[in-house]
Design a protein around this ligand. Structure first.
Ligand SMILES: *[C@@H]1O[C@H](CO)[C@@H](O)[C@H](O)[C@H]1NC(C)=O
Ligand SMILES: *[C@@H]1O[C@H](CO)[C@@H](O)[C@H](O)[C@H]1NC(C)=O
Ligand SMILES: *[C@@H]1O[C@H](CO)[C@@H](O)[C@H](O)[C@H]1NC(C)=O
Ligand SMILES: *[C@@H]1O[C@H](CO)[C@@H](O)[C@H](O)[C@H]1NC(C)=O
Ligand SMILES: *[C@@H]1O[C@H](CO)[C@@H](O)[C@H](O)[C@H]1NC(C)=O
Ligand SMILES: *[C@@H]1O[C@H](CO)[C@@H](O)[C@H](O)[C@H]1NC(C)=O
Length: 462
């Protein structure tokens, strides 16, 4: 009954790639290592089995283009919601985060969360089976953090023979870091430094009003969707691109277009990336429960565990409302990178998280139009973000060599360095404004309409 499976049971198999990839510029999401190789880098494909049976795929760039391999510190990269390890290579060797890190001397590992197209496999459960899928997709970002990331971190450390690594997480890749290091504190010891790129945690000031209004109906929408058999978003045979989301297929079936609209999936991805002239990343899928859990957190303005409802909460957690993720327990040095144009994460929430994490810094991207997805997808992410991270991680390495602590410091608004004390006194922003009467009436009638449509589509489908 209780919470989640925790420990990594076993590391099952690793299939090393020795492949010569084609020179094609288009590639299938299942050919990420081949794509990396075609760009002149070595690449490996690995699999890890979690204690609860999910088979996860990892990708590794063990060396840089020049092939030198000695003493490369490990960096682990974790993608965002509906995404995959492809996020870190999609824009190519010039600005792709994974390539830049390999060039800078790191042993680069990229994870894939359970349920995405690369980790959509299980030792016992078949995700395509009409009844087993309910159990397979019965997970949220908590399981991804506490079980998957834990297993993948342990695996990368075991294979590389190291005892610690650096962590970089984009969006939900930041959420799962916060979950893991606050819930399983021994993982703080395994992470030398963490950089969260628009890492989502607190959502007290969620910027997108459409989604936060929809979030009021999270539990109803989730239950209705389950009753329609929808447990997965963007299953393998749907062809959406991250910057070209069509709502019709989000549940893999055009009959569910209305539900999909209701879930706010399209809004979640819209305007995510600045330069969307060319779709480059395949939407890799996720469980509906992941989105529903974010919805609960937005609705409740609280970064906490899955809400089963009062009675089951009491049975599972021993209390009526779910426990919060306690960020004050995180011991790792964390830098939270954020941008003011982000439509999914408010500056005030970033500063509030940084205030609660003992060893946190914040760094605002020095470009006001930089968007949520741009951290991995924009050509200028290298100059604006990745180069800073590389320098910071190399500094940690140098300090470890010399066994000398770094200065406590924080980098703020336009990349200026200030002391952590000064970061602490930054005002956490003004209280959120109440919507005007007329706009809230509009939102309410809009919602009523949408709710009616969902009921209608349920009736039609039955
Ligand atoms: C799932 O994992 C098994 C190994 O347990 C493997 O034989 C099978 O090919 C995998 N299926 C997919 C779709 O990757
Ligand atoms: C999902 O997991 C919860 C426990 O986390 C359990 O109570 C529930 O019955 C599970 N549902 C399914 C469909 O497996
Ligand atoms: C909210 O939805 C309306 C209509 O559905 C749209 O015009 C508007 O741009 C959306 N707002 C945001 C912040 O996405
Ligand atoms: C995807 O489509 C192919 C052929 O159209 C089919 O063989 C395969 O089973 C489908 N995969 C899933 C997961 O539905
Ligand atoms: C968008 O991409 C094109 C082609 O890669 C490039 O020429 C242009 O400068 C980019 N625009 C922005 C705003 O980055
Ligand atoms: C974490 O940051 C503190 C303060 O900046 C520093 O003393 C310490 O050495 C850092 N730890 C690591 C592992 O870099």
């Amino acid at each position: 009954m209780a919470v989640v499976v925790i420990k990594v049971l076993s590391v099952v198999f690793a299939s090393f790639l020795v492949l010569v990839a084609s020179a094609d510029t288009t590639y299938n999401i299942h050919e990420i290592p081949e794509e990396i190789i075609s760009n002149g880098y070595p690449a490996e494909r690995h699999h890890v089995v979690t204690e609860d049976g999910y088979i996860l795929e990892l990708h590794r760039i063990p060396r840089g283009k020049d092939g030198s391999s000695s003493n490369r510190p490990v960096v682990f990269l974790m993608h965002g919601l509906l995404s995959s390890s492809q996020a870190f290579i999609a824009i190519g060797p010039k600005s792709g985060v994974a390539y830049n890190l390999a060039d800078a001397g790191f042993d680069v590992w990229m994870g894939n969360a359970r349920g995405n197209r690369l980790s959509r496999n299980h030792t016992l459960l078949n995700p395509n089976d009409p009844s087993e899928k309910f159990q397979f997709f019965n997970f949220s970002f908590e399981e991804i953090g506490m079980t998957d990331v834990a297993a993948m971190v342990d695996y990368a450390l075991e294979v590389s023979g190291q005892s610690q690594l650096h962590y970089i997480g984009h969006s939900q890749g930041g959420t799962v870091f916060l979950v893991l290091t606050s819930m399983k504190r021994e993982y703080n010891e395994k992470i030398k430094s963490a950089h969260l790129l628009a890492g989502v945690g607190y959502q007290d000031h969620f910027p997108n009003k459409n989604i936060s209004q929809l979030a009021l109906f999270t539990d109803i929408i989730y239950q209705m969707s389950l009753s329609l058999g929808i447990v997965e978003l963007f299953p393998p045979n749907t062809t959406a691109q991250t910057n070209r989301i069509e709502p019709d297929f989000c549940a893999g079936d055009s009959r569910y277009a209305q539900i999909c609209e209701m879930l706010g999936i399209r809004e979640l991805m819209a305007n995510d990336v600045n330069n969307d002239t060319e779709p480059k990343t395949e939407v890799a899928g996720a469980s509906l429960k992941q989105v529903a859990h974010f919805g609960q957190n937005i609705r409740d303005r609280s970064f906490r565990r899955w809400n089963f409802g009062a009675l089951k909460n009491l049975a599972v957690y021993g209390q009526l409302i779910p426990p919060k993720y306690d960020l004050s327990l995180i011991r790792t040095n964390v830098t939270m990178h954020y941008t003011v144009a982000d439509t999914l994460l408010d500056e005030r929430d970033v500063l509030a998280m940084a205030a609660d994490i003992p060893n946190a810094k914040v760094r605002k991207v020095a470009k006001d139009t930089f968007l949520h997805g741009d951290f991995v997808a924009a050509d200028d992410c290298k100059e604006l973000v990745t180069d800073y991270i590389i320098e910071a991680m190399l500094q940690v390495e140098e300090n470890l060599l010399q066994n000398k602590p770094t200065e406590a410091q924080a980098i703020l608004p336009n990349g200026d360095v200030i002391s952590k004390d000064a970061a602490d006194v930054i005002p956490l922003g003004t209280p959120i404004e109440k919507p005007s009467q007329s706009s809230s009436t509009n939102v309410a009638s809009n919602l009523l309409l949408k709710t009616c449509l969902v009921f209608l589509s349920m009736v039609i489908l039955y």
